[in-house]
Write a protein that binds this ligand. Structure first.
Ligand code: NAD
Length: 497
C-alpha cells in the first residue's frame, strides 16, 4: 500500500480519514467516532468526523477540479480513466473484499459475487453509456427557406453531492459516482457512518490511476446536523443523489430546496412478492428465499410481504419455513454461511422491536422471531430469519419497512384481490411475480405500482435499464441513459442557417 494508506488494516486501529483533493486528511475538528464490527460488536477503529470546514474544503476542491484538467478532458480520456478505475478495483479485489466484510459482516461469498465485482463494473458500464449515447438533433423549417439546425449538448451538472447507505456500500456508491464522473462532474461523497471503508479505499484507486485531484472527495460523519447535512446544505453543491430511507430523503429535499438544486432519490420500500398457484414452485421458493433473506434482509429491493394463491399457501409456507430455519448464520469467512448479522446495534433493536410487535399482535410465528445463540459471536447484531402469517393487512409488520430477514405471508384468492393488496402501500419500489401464465405475468405487471418488477426472477439486473421507485420510494430514475438525465444538463443549440 502507498504511504497515503487509507486503511491500515494490519495495525490495531484502523483510522478512517477524509479524502479531500487527493489527500487523506484528518478532520479539522479533531473528533472521531468508533467503527464497530457487526459480527461481534468489537471496535474496528475510528472514523474522523467532518466539520463544516472539512465539507467546505471538499466542495471547493471539487469545484476547482471542474475548472482544471478534469473539466478540459475529452470524453474519450475520461472513459479510459474510468476503465482504469474498474481494473484497479479488480486488481485490489481482496483489499476491497476485506474492507467491505469488516464493515458489514456480510458473508464473503456474497460480497465476492455481488458487492465488489458490481462496484467495479459500475465504472465500465457508465463509461460505455457515455461513449455510445447519441444526442438529439432537429432541423427546423423557417419562412426564408434556409432553416435552422437544433442540436443538444450534454454538459456536466457540476459538483454532485453523493449520500450513500450501508447495505451495499461500494455497489450503491459507485452506482452514482460512476455515471457522475463519466458525465464529467466531480463528486463529494458522504458514505454511511456504518460503512466508511470501501469508499475511502477508492481514494487510493483514484490516485493510482491518475484521476485528477479534487474529482473524487470523501467526507465522513453522521447525517443530521453533521457531515450529511453540511454537504446537502452546501450552496456549492449543484445536485444531490441519495440512497437511503424515505424519511432522510424528506430532510435532504428540504436542504436541496435552497438554491433549487436537483435531486435523485432511491428510497425505502415494502416490496410484495405474488406467487400464483400455476408457478414453478421450486423456482418461486428459491427466488423468495433470496428476496427475503439475502444480505440478512437488508436489500431495498427485498420482499417483506408475500402473497400466495390459496391452493398452494400451506405448502409454500411450510417449505419456505423449513428452508429459512436451515439457513446458516455465521462468520463471513465460513463458506457455509448464508446469513450475516444486521448492520448495527441500533438497527438490530429496530428489527427486534418488529419481531416483538408481531408476537404482541398475535402473529403466527412460523419460524424464528428471536435472537440466536451465536457463541463467540454473541456480541454481534444477530437476529433469526423469521416468517409470520396471520396478521391483518394494516399491521405495522405488513405496512412498514423493517429491513431485516423476515416476511409476512398471506393467502389470496383472485388477481384483483392480490393487486389491491400489493398496491396498498405508500411505497412503490419493487415487486416479484411468480406465475406460469405469460399473459397474466404481463397483465399483473402493468398494474403493479412499482418501479422495478421481476417476473419469475428477483434481482436480475441489467444495468442499462431504468432503476428507481414510484410513490414514496424515490424520485427519478438512474441506470443506463437514465443516469445521464440526472448527471448532465442538456443545452439546446439552435443555429440559423
Ligand atoms: P439512512 O437514510 O439512514 O442513511 C443513508 C445516508 O444518509 C447515510 O449516509 C446517512 O448518514 C445519511 N443521512 C442521514 N440523515 C441525513 C440528513 N439529514 N442529511 C443528509 N444525510 C443524511 O439509510 P440507511 O439506514 O443507511 O439505509 C437503509 C435504507 O436505504 C432503507 O430504507 C432502504 O430501503 C434504503 N435503500 C434504498 C435503495 C434504493 O435503491 N431505493 C437502495 C438501498 C437502500
Amino acid at each position: 500500500m502507498s504511504t497515503q494508506t487509507a486503511l491500515k488494516a494490519e495495525t490495531e486501529t484502523v483510522e478512517i480519514k477524509h479524502f479531500i483533493n487527493g489527500e487523506f486528511v484528518a478532520g479539522s475538528g479533531g473528533e472521531t467516532f468508533d467503527n464497530i464490527c457487526p459480527l461481534n460488536g468489537e471496535k474496528l477503529g475510528v472514523i474522523h468526523k467532518a466539520t463544516k470546514e472539512d465539507v467546505d474544503a471538499a466542495v471547493s476542491a471539487a469545484r476547482a477540479a471542474l475548472d482544471g484538467d478534469w473539466g478540459r478532458m475529452s470524453t474519450a480520456e475520461r472513459v479510459k480513466l474510468l476503465y482504469a478505475v474498474a481494473d484497479e478495483i479488480d486488481r485490489r479485489f481482496d483489499d476491497f473484499l476485506a474492507a467491505e466484510i469488516a464493515d458489514t459482516g456480510k458473508p464473503k461469498s456474497l460480497a465476492a459475487h455481488i458487492d465488489i465485482p458490481r462496484g467495479a463494473a459500475n465504472f465500465k458500464v457508465f463509461a460505455d453509456v457515455v461513449k455510445n449515447v447519441p444526442t438529439e438533433s432537429f432541423f427546423l423549417e423557417t419562412p426564408d427557406g434556409a432553416g435552422a439546425m437544433n442540436y443538444a449538448v450534454r454538459k456536466p451538472k457540476g459538483v454532485i453531492g453523493v449520500i450513500s447507505p450501508w447495505n451495499l456500500p461500494l455497489l450503491l456508491m459507485t452506482w452514482k459516482v460512476g455515471p457522475a464522473l463519466a458525465c464529467g462532474n466531480t463528486v463529494v461523497v458522504k458514505p454511511s457512518e456504518e460503512t466508511p471503508m470501501t469508499t475511502t479505499l477508492l481514494g487510493e484507486v483514484m490516485n493510482a490511476v491518475g484521476i485528477p485531484k479534487g474529482v473524487y472527495n470523501v467526507i465522513h460523519g453522521h447525517g443530521p446536523d453533521a457531515a450529511g447535512a453540511f454537504l446537502t446544505e452546501h450552496p456549492g453543491v449543484d445536485a444531490i443523489t441519495f440512497t437511503g430511507e424515505t424519511r432522510t430523503g424528506e430532510a435532504i429535499m428540504k436542504a436541496a430546496a435552497r438554491g433549487v438544486r436537483d435531486v435523485s432519490f432511491e428510497l425505502g420500500g415494502k416490496n410484495p412478492a405474488i406467487v400464483f398457484a400455476d408457478c414453478d414452485f421450486d423456482a418461486a421458493i428459491e427466488g423468495t428465499m433470496r428476496s427475503v433473506f439475502a444480505n440478512c434482509g437488508q436489500v431495498c429491493l427485498g420482499t417483506e410481504r408475500v402473497y400466495v394463491e390459496r391452493p398452494i399457501f400451506e405448502k409454500f409456507v411450510a417449505t419456505l419455513a423449513e428452508k429459512a430455519s436451515n439457513l446458516k448464520l455465521g462468520h463471513s469467512d465460513d463458506p457455509e454461511t448464508n446469513l450475516g448479522p444486521l448492520i448495527s446495534e441500533e438497527h438490530r433493536a429496530k428489527v427486534k422491536s418488529y419481531y416483538d410487535k408481531a408476537a404482541a399482535e398475535g402473529a403466527t410465528v412460523v419460524t424464528g422471531g428471536g435472537i440466536p445463540e451465536m457463541g463467540d459471536l454473541n456480541g454481534g447484531w444477530w437476529v433469526e430469519p423469521t416468517i409470520w402469517t396471520g396478521l391483518p393487512d394494516d399491521s405495522a409488520i405488513v405496512t412498514e419497512e423493517i429491513f431485516g430477514p423476515c416476511c409476512h405471508i398471506r393467502p389470496f384468492d383472485s388477481e384483483d384481490e392480490v393487486l389491491h393488496l400489493a398496491n396498498d402501500t405508500p411505497y412503490g419500489l419493487a415487486a416479484a411475480v411468480w406465475t406460469g401464465d405469460v399473459s397474466r405475468a404481463h397483465r399483473v405487471s402493468r398494474h403493479l405500482e412499482a418501479g422495478i418488477i421481476w417476473v419469475n426472477s428477483w434481482f436480475l439486473r441489467d444495468l442499462r435499464t431504468a432503476f428507481g421507485g414510484s410513490k414514496m420510494s424515490g424520485i427519478g430514475r438512474e441506470g443506463g441513459v437514465h443516469s445521464l438525465e440526472f448527471y448532465t444538463e442538456l443545452s439546446n443549440v439552435c443555429v440559423k442557417l
